[in-house]
Design a protein around this ligand. Structure first.
Ligand SMILES: [Zn+2]
Length: 262
């Protein structure tokens, strides 16, 4: 039997509604610029301005053109944490080569007690998420007796790999600071595209300190978890990306630059 198109579509949307809580039109979306493997390979040329990126969210993390420090977006403002440790608001005309953004709206809020490490904090958060196969935006606010952060120095073309650039990273250990962790938890199947697991950047309440988080201790505060049903990517169109060999994924290189070296 041949059904009229509208009937077929109506039937499909009923079936789809059972399996998907998101909408393709809007809703909770993770919007990402470029891929993590492109960044690992040294594709540091920005392609999207922060003015434009603001349309994709008010909350997120990433980096700046020429890998000029760590980027954190909170409450609609973009901050650069440069390799000298200084925090500045990012002008709308500056561009990013890699970023992940969303409009943060907490689906679940939990009170957090004393936590002895970033790993322990991640385990605590893992106990609250419904599945490891989805994306989550995570915001943690409170007091940090210790937080270890890093930032990467500005590069110039021809760009080195991220591994080479990160060898000259600046490490900062902050003590007794109040602030916010801004980040995402990505599923393991995202390998090559984004960072599987948690990835946090930090900004202090006084907007003076921050960076990519390597470790922390935590006394008290709150975590908000936003489940994201949509995932969208904006891909670079420049020669560096078009000609890059992205057939291989170097997991060890990514681990080495994103995690704490023990
Ligand atoms: Zn980072």
């Amino acid at each position: 039997m041949k059904l009229p198109l509208c009937t077929t579509l109506a039937a499909f949307s009923i079936i789809a509604a059972v399996h998907f809580t998101g909408s393709l039109k809007a809703g909770d979306t993770l919007v990402q610029v470029s891929t993590i493997d492109a960044l690992v390979q040294g594709i540091f040329d920005g392609g999207v301005s922060f003015g434009e990126l603001g349309k994709a969210g008010d909350f997120g993390i990433g980096t700046l053109d020429d890998l000029d420090g760590e980027m954190l977006a909170l409450d609609g403002k973009f901050y650069q944490i440069a390799s000298d440790g200084k925090v500045r608001e990012i002008p709308a005309t500056v561009e990013t080569p890699f970023a992940a953004m969303t409009f943060f709206k907490s689906d679940k809020t939990l009170a957090l007690g004393a936590t002895e490490s970033l790993e322990a904090l991640q385990k605590r958060l893992d106990a609250e998420i419904p599945s490891e196969n989805l994306f989550y935006a995570v915001k943690v606010t409170g007091s940090f007796p210790m937080i270890k952060v890093r930032s990467v120095p500005k590069q110039s073309p021809p760009y080195p790999t991220l591994t080479e650039a990160a060898k000259k990273q600046s490490l900062f250990t902050l003590e007794n600071v109040r602030g916010t962790l801004v980040g995402f938890r990505c599923p393991s199947w995202v390998k090559g595209i984004n960072v599987p697991g948690y990835h946090f950047h930090f900004l202090s309440d006084d907007r003076q300190h921050g960076g990519h988080v390597l470790d922390c201790t935590f006394t008290e505060g709150e975590a908000g978890i936003d489940t994201l049903e949509n995932f969208r990517m904006l891909l670079p169109q420049d020669a560096a990306f078009l000609k890059a060999d992205l057939t291989k994924h170097d997991e060890k290189a990514l681990e080495a630059v994103e995690k704490l070296r023990k």
